[in-house]
Design a binder for this molecule. Structure first.
Ligand code: T5A
Length: 217
């Protein structure tokens, strides 16, 4: 049996981590075997890469280095976590995946789209999400929420420190992916109460799951 692969995408502070956790819990309560994971940092190797990516020391990371580290994280993540879980028939939910590369390194940094598609294909080894939830929110509100969650003690990471214009391009990048692949990518308005969004996501996911990953007996 093959499992079902779901990804969550969106700008900083749009609510991905919150909704990944909520969906995983709801699906487990329904009897599904769920693996919740994230990028970058879904493996031990990936956690090391995440530290370099989010808090680089010394000179700023070159754009190409940033991209290749994201892809190294993904290749390891697919081989070590995602592929085995899907082969075992589990529901895999990842906080960020290929679309983040298209939005951040493509629209944000300006790396050519076709190159990113080819490199993503290589890093994914053929594993692509069947369903992607894009939590859409204004940049201002996303950064406000991210700042509030971080509090006074945690430092701003490399991406959060980018300009509002950068995050605006990233948001447009995600919306462009959704427009190009409306069957896979579902846009959810994230400027609503948490419970309302969670319910909508769960209902959407259950309509997709039923034929693909039957509830275990
Ligand atoms: N990256 C990643 C790339 O550049 N390329 C890539 O290929 C990949 C994979 C990862 C960084 O890496 C970059 C993108 C990222 O910048 P990260 O720390 O994982 O860094 O950053 P994010 O994924 O952006 O995680 P955040 O924690 O910043 O945002 P989330 O997970 O979207 O938001 P969340 O759930 O933590 O919510 C933020 C706050 O808002 C509240 C929550 O309670 C929380 O306090 N909230 C709401 N409040 C009111 N109403 C709602 N509806 C709310 N929903 C959430």
């Amino acid at each position: 049996m093959t499992g079902f692969f779901i990804t969550f995408e969106g700008i900083e502070g749009c609510g991905k981590s919150t909704h990944v956790a909520a969906l995983a819990q709801s699906l487990r309560e329904c009897g599904y075997d769920v693996v919740a994971t994230r990028e970058p940092g879904g493996t031990a190797t990936g956690q090391t890469l995440r530290n370099i990516l989010l808090h680089p020391t010394g000179a700023p990371l070159a754009t190409g280095a940033e991209l290749l580290l994201m892809l190294a994280d993904r290749a390891q993540h697919v081989e070590e976590v995602i592929a085995p879980a899907l082969r075992a028939g589990k529901v895999v939910i990842s906080d960020r995946f290929v679309d983040s590369t298209l939005a951040y390194q493509g629209h944000g940094r300006g790396i050519e789209h076709d190159l990113l598609l080819r490199l993503n294909t290589f890093a994914c080894g053929g594993y692509m999400p069947a369903l992607t939830i894009l939590l859409d929110l204004s940049v201002e509100e996303g950064l406000r929420r991210a700042n509030k969650r971080r509090g006074a003690t945690e430092t701003v990471d490399h991406f959060e420190a980018e300009s509002t214009a950068f995050h605006g391009r990233v948001r447009q990048g995600f919306l462009a992916v959704a427009q190009a692949e409306p069957q896979r990518v579902r846009v959810i308005d994230s400027l609503r109460p948490l419970a309302e969004i969670s319910q909508e996501i769960l209902a959407l996911v259950l309509t997709h799951l039923t034929p693909h990953a039957p509830r275990p007996t």
